[in-house]
Design a protein around this ligand. Structure first.
Ligand code: NDP
Ligand code: 13P
Length: 314
């Protein structure tokens, strides 16, 4: 049995994909009354949960799972784990972000709360709706313990959900976290009417910034160039399906945005701006997104701040 924590878009999509491939899945949510009654999530309209997905609001029902996938928003993960009493041998983070409280990624947050568990990360370019529809996707399974990583790769892959493995957890989680910040900036560029060429420039400079920070935190360059970094950056900066991109586009257009929608890059921009400041690193794209999110700068000043940077070598 595989446990999934978080019956939002991604957790539900992963539960559906694994169940379709024959796994028994237990999907935990804090309020699953409507989901249990309708067996369809409001966040994934038209996708019916297979019979082998058991829905539960009792965390104890996940006991004995071969692995538990943690599919909560990044900023909710630490608080959830502190009170959940979750007992599982293998915990797989499915969230993308940097925790504002500790300025660490999901692996360190999980390791602090559950020191005896094997910690892994599932990340990469994939929209929940695509996974739930059974469209082909390729993701990265990161685990520092290579034997456990291989075990998890085989446990969680399906014919349409291809998993590549790496032991570079820092690289995989930083790629997934930082691309959301750049996607907000890409949305701002499009929302402000600056055009596709400016977006390509922004993505490239944003990627350089991602790599700089990740390398300084021990990540490997090839991980950033893979699915969890470059791959997910391209997807998120160029697709209307991305909530981070749409949030940025609304910011750039001066339009409102539904505050209940999960936009991981907003909190992560603030966390990464603090991390960069602590390390004395220059991260202009992240600084711009953090200032826009906090309302500390207006749009024209933000754009000007990027365009007026000193000319330098690429
Ligand atoms: N959606 C996607 O396409 C993808 C998402 N991800 C990542 O997955 C993670 C989750 O995103 P996603 O599923 O899309 O988000 P959603 O907003 O769709 O769902 C979030 C889920 O987390 C639950 N939740 C929020 N706070 C808490 C808490 N404190 N305790 C318990 N449960 C909580 C919500 O419960 P409730 O409904 O009760 O509020 C909801 O079920 C994010 O880090 C995202 O980046 C990764 C790849 C693709
Ligand atoms: O991480 C994702 C795609 O890989 C989902 O992106 P959004 O959270 O921006 O919708």
């Amino acid at each position: 049995m595989i446990g999934v924590v978080g019956a939002g878009a991604f957790g539900t999509a992963l539960a559906v994909a694994l169940a379709r491939d024959g796994r028994a899945v237990r999907l935990w949510g804090r309020d699953v009354t409507a989901l249990a009654a309708r067996r369809e999530s409001a966040r994934l309209a038209g996708v019916r949960l297979p019979e082998n997905v058991t829905i539960t609001a009792e965390i104890a029902d996940l006991r004995g799972a071969e692995a538990v996938l943690l599919s909560l928003p990044m900023q909710a993960l630490g608080g959830f784990l502190a009170h959940a009493g979750l007992q599982a041998e293998r915990l797989v983070a499915c969230c993308k972000g940097v925790d504002l409280r500790t300025l660490t990624g999901p692996a360190a947050v999980i390791a602090a709360a559950c020191p005896d568990a094997t910690v892994a990360l599932l990340t990469g370019p994939s929209f929940a709706a695509d996974i739930a529809r059974g469209l082909p996707t390729a993701l990265t399974l990161a685990c520092a313990d290579e034997a456990e990583g291989e075990r998890l790769q085989h446990l969680l892959a399906t014919p349409v959900l291809r998993l590549y493995r790496t032991a570079d957890v820092a690289g995989a989680e930083l790629g997934g976290a930082l691309k959301n910040v750049v996607a907000i900036a890409a949305g701002v560029v499009i929302g402000a009417g600056l055009g596709d060429s400016a977006r390509a420039a922004l993505m490239t400079r944003g990627y350089a910034e991602m790599v700089r920070l990740a390398l300084s935190l021990g990540a490997r360059a090839e991980t950033l160039a893979g699915l969890s970094g470059f791959g997910d950056l391209v997807l998120t900066c160029t697709s209307e399906q991305s909530r981070n991109f749409r949030f940025g586009r609304a910011l750039g257009a001066g339009a409102g945005f539904d505050p209940t929608v999960t936009v991981e890059g907003a909190a992560t921009a603030r966390a990464v701006a603090r991390l960069a400041a602590e390390r004395g690193m220059d991260m202009p794209v992240t600084a711009m997104v953090a200032a826009l999110v906090d309302g500390g700068i207006d749009l024209s000043a933000a754009i000007q701040s990027l365009l007026s940077r000193p000319l330098k070598a690429e």
